[in-house]
Design a protein around this ligand. Structure first.
Ligand SMILES: [Zn+2]
Length: 490
């Protein structure tokens, strides 16, 4: 049995970071000129496994982003443009559209210019330290009506990993560019969801969308992107790739001159790990764990949706971070003898089901992705190593909770209501143990059927605590209010 160490994903540095906004320098390179081409027909179906291909038509009203990123030779200045075809899928009129500009609260700077709605110039408003762009609409957008937004943007990426685990950073020769485009916020029963996210949790809450992305970058870097590269063009010192991704909840990009790629085919899915050559053994070990995790989770919950899953090493100070079809792993764990590696990979692969396939409000209900993913990591260890694996990983969960003296703080709170120690102990520890308690209460067979049906019914959508509880109660034909009061509700 593998020895499982106590994981401390959330060893946070409390850095009162000074947001020094760097002025945009004149390093923008000559982009490769567009070539005349026939009308472009994306084929998002080709990035999905056969079981899911119909979803492309079913989600025909999801946002379609067309984005161009031009990465300067210094790798930390980025300019670009974005067009979004947006449909009002709510049952109320919308008199504004809200987009998040995350670089402005992740240590960098993003400016937006030339904002158009259906080709007409508008004057947007900014809030939340310029991380929220509000586009007022001249006439309310009625349910099922669509519009097109256009804007240009430029980003200065911070050259440190001080904020939010370094999800956006140019550091140690790696550009990590998470959610670095104007991103449409989710409109739900609370209205538009926009807030400054706490440092300890994930920062996004997003609906499924489609992305057509062009990346123009120096030729010496290896580009790692969400989705599939569909074409490539080289021109002198520059390269330009075209990418299709979707349905996904986010678009991620990393670039580095030091990446090599290690590949594994498993169950019709291409797994790749982009990292330094010296980390080959760890990367290959991680891909083996990923293949086994995908098999276990596909059988237990729902098939893995995409034809690809990429891993990339970045200087993040989290152990790993999940993105749709993409996982960032911090370099120091990429070693087959490091016990953190297997747990990190299994956990981050698990997020492909709970965070991406079934989404949730990661700021208000973080337990729906983090606690559930910790629980399914426990299921991975149980299926892989039997009772010993179960006990080993359960000891990790219990250890986290015991760090805060098994304080029975509710599992269902928003990230902002936990201290960092509580967030780790409750959301990553106690929350996973709740799912064990739920399995005991419902009976194993009813629980396993419920979690599968929760996944399948909410695939591509958003899960909530109430949906999960209703589904569980339907599965056991029992009243679970006492159990939810004891563990989940404030
Ligand atoms: Zn996680």
């Amino acid at each position: 049995m593998k020895k499982i160490l106590l994981l401390s994903t959330v060893t946070l540095l409390f850095l009162t970071s000074c947001l020094l906004f760097t002025r945009k320098t004149e390093t923008t390179p000559e982009p490769i000129p567009p070539t005349a081409s026939p009308v472009y027909e994306p084929s998002f179906e080709n990035g999905l496994v056969p079981e899911y291909r119909d979803i492309v038509k079913e989600l025909d009203d999801a946002s379609l982003y067309s984005i161009e990123f031009i990465i300067a030779d210094d790798l930390y200045h980025i300019t670009g443009s974005e067009e979004v075809a947006y449909t009002n899928n709510e049952n109320v009129n919308l008199d504004e559209i809200q987009l998040r500009l995350f670089p402005n609260i992740l240590g960098g700077e993003m400016t937006v210019e030339n904002v158009l709605v259906n080709g007409n110039t508008v004057n947007p408003k900014y809030k939340l330290n310029n991380s929220l762009l509000i586009i007022p609409l001249e006439k309310p957008l009625e349910p099922e009506q669509s519009l097109t937004l256009n804007m240009d943007f430029s980003i200065t990426v911070p050259q440190n990993v001080e904020l939010n685990y370094g999800v956006q950073a140019y550091f140690e020769d790696v550009l990590a560019l998470a959610h670095a485009y104007p991103m449409i916020a989710v409109y739900d029963d609370e209205g538009w969801n926009s807030e400054i996210p706490p440092q300890s949790g994930d920062v996004t809450y997003a609906d499924m969308s489609f992305f057509l992305v062009t990346v123009d970058a120096p030729k010496e870097v290896t580009l790692v992107v969400s989705g599939r590269e569909v074409s490539r063009q080289d021109n002198g010192s520059r390269q330009k790739i075209k990418v299709e991704a979707g349905p996904v909840r986010d678009f991620y990009l990393a670039a580095s001159p030091k990446y090599e790629v290690f590949t594994k085919e498993a169950n019709g899915i291409t797994l790749r790990f982009y990292t330094r050559k010296s980390l080959q053994k760890g990367a290959e070990y991680a891909l083996d764990v990923a293949a086994r995790s995908i098999q276990i989770f596909s059988e237990r919950y729902a098939p893995y949706p995409y034809t690809e899953l990429d891993f990339v090493s970045t200087p993040t100070y989290a152990l790993g971070i999940e993105y749709p079809g993409m996982i960032a792993v911090t370099e120091w764990v990429i070693d087959p003898d490091n016990a953190y590696l297997e747990a990190t990979v299994a956990h981050e692969v698990g997020h492909q089901w709970f965070y991406n396939l079934v989404g949730n409000d990661q700021l208000d209900e973080p337990w729906l992705d983090e606690s559930l993913t910790q629980f399914i990591t426990l299921q991975y260890y149980t299926d892989e190593y039997g009772q010993a694996g179960n006990e080993g990983f359960r000891a990790d969960l219990e250890g986290r909770w015991s760090y805060i003296n098994n304080d029975p703080i509710p599992v269902g709170l928003p990230v902002r209501e936990y201290s960092d120690a509580e967030y780790s102990g409750i959301v990553y520890g106690r929350g996973a143990l709740f799912f064990e308690a739920l399995r005991k209460e419902m009976g194993e067979e009813a629980f396993d059927a419920f979690i599968k049906s929760y996944t399948i019914k909410n695939a591509w959508g958003i899960g909530t605590a109430e949906i999960l509880r209703t589904e569980a109660e339907a599965g056991c034909k029992c009243d679970l209010s006492l159990l939810f009061e004891e563990w989940i509700y404030p």
